[in-house]
Write a protein that binds this ligand. Sequence first.
Ligand code: HGY
Ligand code: MN
Ligand code: MN
Length: 409
Amino acid sequence: MINPDRLWDRLMRLSDIGKQESGGITRLSFTPEERAAKDLVRGFMLEAGLAVREDEVGNLIGRKEGGNPEAPVVLVGSHIDSVFNGGNFDGPLGVLAGVEILHAMNEQGIATEHPIEVIAFTDEEGTRFSYGMIGSRGIAGLLERSELEHCDKDGISIAEAMRQNGLDPDAIGKAARPKGSVKAYVELHIEQGKVLESRNLSVGVVSGVAGPLWVKFILEGEAGHAGATPMTLRRDPLAAAAEIMLAIEQEAGKTGTAVGTVGQLQAYPGGVNIIPGKVEFSLDLRDVDQAVLDRVEAEIVRVAKQICEKRGIQLAIELLQRIPPVICSEEIQQAAKDACESLGFEPFTMPSGAGHDCMQLTGLCPVGMIFARSQKGISHNPAEYTTKEDCADGANVLYRTVLSLAGKA
Ligand code: HGY
Ligand code: MN
Ligand code: MN
């Protein structure tokens, strides 16, 4: 079993890095805060007796050798970058539980057939560049050099940020893992929803992960004087955007499963007494079922075009990222359910509404996830909380799941 105090202590120490006045965490990729977080976790990996390295995309990796050096590696992990003003557990629980299970195995002299690696993926959230899962795309061989030209709000590209952190953006191909080199990927993550809490369960097994589609709507109308322009003579892109946002809420809501969110909105030039000339807003649209996702996307685009035509607004829609939903490996789900039962937990399976790195790895290896209960389902918020006991339950399920996948030496 794992050492719950050591896991909790490490979670609390990591949560001090990037802490804001609000109590939330802002730890964006390729920033000094993330560097400090990586250095702290590197130290934990060394304490656990792991061989530690960072790959060409900046993923931090701790490795425990197996009895059979030729055997494909079992990967566990998550991320330590955050959203703006995020919580302590989204990502760090999976990375630090991965370190903890290997620390416990080494302490107890447990040897496995397959080597095991714990990985902290670079930029899972995509908060800084509105383009995420860079690290997992990197090891899956899906990251193109051109993708590194996405820029943050200050115009710094991912490539430039990598160079500032001692990485060569032209070398990212070397991070790709050869086909057959990875046996499985298993991630422990907080649920970020209310299902486990509603069923009074501390852990759950993930059956599939909803695919996040991110697009940017750009609407151009005519800037004008707020006082001198009659309502009937305006081409106001912000009013059009408001109509489209309500359509997003209606179309996603109709399905009962899809979710649509507008998280970013900019009006230019942004004066109190100026009718905006241009408006940009983001859409995050998700569903576990690709067909539903496609249908809702098509309807939202159709309605947006209709609204803009009626109002004389120019509309452009820019794709930011499209990640297809994935179904988790039956073998890994079963291993996790067996682990739950061996610990006296109900082997409850559920889909994940949140996106995760495993979505990028399905071409490389079978993937699976384990959830730990989120208090009140709050996440991406300083109030995000998972109890020490629930963290330990999740880590122990991860421990037994990984032991069964890695095989005894
Ligand atoms: O956006 C997500 O679902 C995840 O938190 N990156
Ligand atoms: Mn997140
Ligand atoms: Mn996450």
